[in-house]
Design a protein around this ligand. Sequence first.
Ligand code: TRP
Length: 81
Amino acid sequence: MEEKQLKDFVVIKAVEDGVNVIGLTRGTDTKFHHSEKLDSGEVMIAQFTEHTSAIKIRGNAKIYTPYGEIESETRKGLADK
Ligand code: TRP
């Protein structure tokens, strides 16, 4: 497999229930094409593909990419709702 394809993987680990991993389309239109819901501890391993140019994550999750690690957070005020 090409090195570039291996680098395209991102690992998302949900830190709370109900984390959404949303795939956005490649091309002129940028639209949601897939939404995956993860519960706490669940992991999704995803790639950027011909169809997916961006990934949006809603909720508290740890995201591991070839460029580093980052944690998404739940919006303040929504956490206790
Ligand atoms: N069918 C989608 C694609 O090949 C599946 C997918 C890949 C996806 N990466 C994603 C869906 C990231 C959501 C988020 O592009």
